[in-house]
Design a protein around this ligand. Structure first.
Ligand code: ADP
Length: 600
């Protein structure tokens, strides 16, 4: 029994292994999917139909792979490559070049079609016009005309022609009257040319011939601008020929798969439509086109070259240049004017300084002369004044000598005589010192001075010089002590002049009319000094001429004293004026000076 069970067990085990082997042998091998991204410029349907023979061939030739077409527009294809959703890429030469740069696509083979001369010379464009447009013969005739094309990025539908137009000196963006993009298919472009809606249209080579062959248009109705002769090429064209569409792999594509696909495609027999694949063509001419048009991957050239900037911004640059030139001229002119005016100013300042220096010199000279003149007038009795102490000194000296001879000279007598002699000598030398100080020639200065002290000094000088001086009373009625920034001797000169005039006015009058009052007041930060006499006074007509130079009523007068006083006071920021004495006969001369500082 056990043996039977064991045999059955072995039989079942053998059957199981057999079944497993059968199942394994019968199960189909899971083929890997390979996605071919195709630029479907004419739509999904047309694209699928175009590439079906290639797809079928690859699926047949490489049974380990399952090839699938993914028909995409330009942006869709770009995204699919970026996201590594495609293994193989079939696209036009323009997009291939752009994506070769951007994603590292590398071509495996280039399409070979029956209409092309070779895979390297396959794609071009014809610029068509109506046959009756005799004004349009070459591409350069399109300046200022309306042109229809497929799209701004369409390789054969625009860019190839754009490059030729640039070669002819026409910038399609600015030199055409209108650039109209009508998209795909290209037949509306032909219709727009025929109807006159545009002057010319861009179509791929051989399209006209193809439609004419199908009886959809008459070739004689159209003409191609700047027709080119390409030996062996059967269709009319206006541009050079560029390489045909490539099939390419991405960076992520399996290298073994790439090799298998390349080998398979190169071995692919011609399809019914005459398509086959050949070794990869040279896409350098496409690169050159993109570089010249400064499109991606050469878009960076557009922004940076000096020529591009010059071409784009020349009106602005010209304006800027003119502005700079105008500014330069203006600057030079202003500079010249400034220099001329500065020189003039310097000259006139120098002239003014010289004149001022001369005036100052004259003023000082005048002041000096005026002081000497005052002294001259006041010191008629100077000799007498000096003589008095000298006589006294002589008397004392003689008295000492006499007493000595008589033998009566006591020590007390010598002491008394010497003291008196010393006193008199000091008196004489004080008079001389004051005169010398007053008469000294000196430049004007400004010091803080006490006008009260100056008035007292002036009074002393007058009293010292005259034999019969009048009574001069100083009345300081100022509630505050006013300090004045002034040239002390000049102020003293003014006071002496006014005192001398006051004395002259009372000279021939009784003594009670000869008294003079020198009064000091202060108000509103100004010091007021009045010199009041009771003399002869002045008529109102003379009063009007009082400060005019050379006005004098005196036989020996100069008429310069008062004008000089006025100049001195005004130079100190003050004012000098005269009026009839409001409190009696005579005159009142007053001057004011600004207080520099006041103390109570
Ligand atoms: P001068 O004393 O040389 O004449 P001034 O310029 O000092 O020159 O004075 C001009 C004139 O003003 C005097 O001739 C005199 O007629 C008049 N004058 C000046 N002070 C008095 C005064 N206190 N009273 C009357 N007349 C005066």
């Amino acid at each position: 029994m056990n043996q039977l069970y064991r045999r059955l067990f072995y039989l079942a085990k053998a059957l199981g292994v057999l079944l497993l082997l059968c199942w394994l042998g019968a199960a189909p091998v899971q083929a890997k999917e390979v996605v071919i991204g195709v630029f479907a410029y004419q739509g999904e349907q047309a694209s699928s139909a175009d590439w079906l023979p290639v797809l079928s061939y690859l699926n047949h030739a490489l049974p380990g792979q399952r090839f699938r077409l993914d028909n995409l527009d330009a942006e869709g294809l770009r995204t699919a490559i970026a996201e590594q959703r495609v293994d193989l890429v079939i696209t036009n030469p323009g997009y291939y070049v752009a994506m070769e740069y951007e994603f590292g696509l590398s071509r495996l083979a280039t399409l070979s079609s029956p209409l092309s001369l070779s895979p390297a010379r396959a794609i071009g464009s014809a610029v068509i016009v109506r046959a009756d447009r005799s004004d349009l013969q070459v591409l350069s005739d399109l300046a200022g005309k309306r042109l229809a094309a497929v799209a701004p990025q369409a390789f054969g539908g625009y860019l190839v022609v754009a490059r030729e137009l640039m070669h002819q000196g026409i910038d399609p963006a600015s030199d055409l009257k209108e650039l109209r993009f009508l998209g795909l298919p290209m037949t509306p472009i032909i219709e727009a040319v025929q109807s006159g809606a545009v002057d010319a249209g861009v179509v791929r080579t051989c399209l006209l011939e193809q439609l004419a062959g199908q009886g959809e248009l008459r070739l004689a109705d159209f003409r191609v601008l700047s027709p080119r002769q390409e030996d062996g090429f059967l269709c009319a064209l206006s541009t050079p020929l560029y390489p045909d569409w490539p099939i390419a792999v991405t960076r992520a594509t399996d290298r073994a798969l790439a090799k298998q696909v390349a080998q398979a495609l190169l071995n692919m027999p011609e399809t019914a439509g005459g398509l086959s694949w050949s070794v990869p063509a040279d896409y350098q001419p496409v690169h050159e086109l993109y570089r010249e048009l400064r499109l991606a991957p050469y878009a960076y050239l557009r922004a940076n070259t000096p020529q591009a900037l010059l071409r784009r911004y020349w009106p602005w640059l010209l304006g800027l240049l003119l502005l700079l030139v105008a500014w330069g001229i203006h600057t030079v002119r202003v500079d010249h004017l400034v220099q001329r005016r500065t020189a003039q100013l310097r000259d006139s300042l120098t002239a003014r300084d010289t004149a001022e220096a001369q005036m100052r010199g004259h003023q000082e000279q005048m002041d000096h002369l005026s002081r000497l003149s005052i002294l001259g007038e006041l010191s008629g009795n100077l000799a007498h004044e000096i003589n008095q102490p000298l006589t006294t000194i002589g008397n004392y000296a003689r008295s000492v000598l006499r007493r000595q001879a008589d033998g009566r000279l006591s020590a007390e007598a010598v002491l008394e005589a010497c003291t008196e002699i010393d006193n008199e000598a000091q008196r004489a030398s004080a008079i001389v010192r004051r005169i010398r100080h007053f008469a000294r020639k000196r430049p004007a200065v400004r010091d803080a001075v006490d006008v009260g002290l100056i008035a007292a000094e002036a009074r002393r000088l007058v009293l010292g010089l005259l034999m019969h001086p009048p009574a001069i009373a100083i009345e300081d009625q100022s509630p505050v002590q006013c300090e004045v920034m002034a040239d002390g001797p000049q102020i003293q000169q003014v006071l002496l002049n006014l005192l001398k005039n006051a004395m002259d006015a009372g000279r021939d009058l009784p003594p009670q009319r000869q008294g003079i009052v020198l009064r000091l007041e202060s108000a509103d930060k100004r010091l007021l000094v009045h010199v009041i006499d009771q003399g002869c006074g002045l008529s109102s007509s003379d009063l009007g001429h009082l400060f005019e130079p050379f006005f004098t009523t005196k036989a020996d007068g100069l008429g310069l004293g008062l004008p000089i006083c006025k100049t001195i006071i005004e130079a100190h920021g003050g004012r000098l004026w005269a009026e009839l004495n409001p409190q009696g006969p005579g005159m009142r001369f007053s001057f004011s000076l600004p207080c520099h500082a006041t103390t109570a």
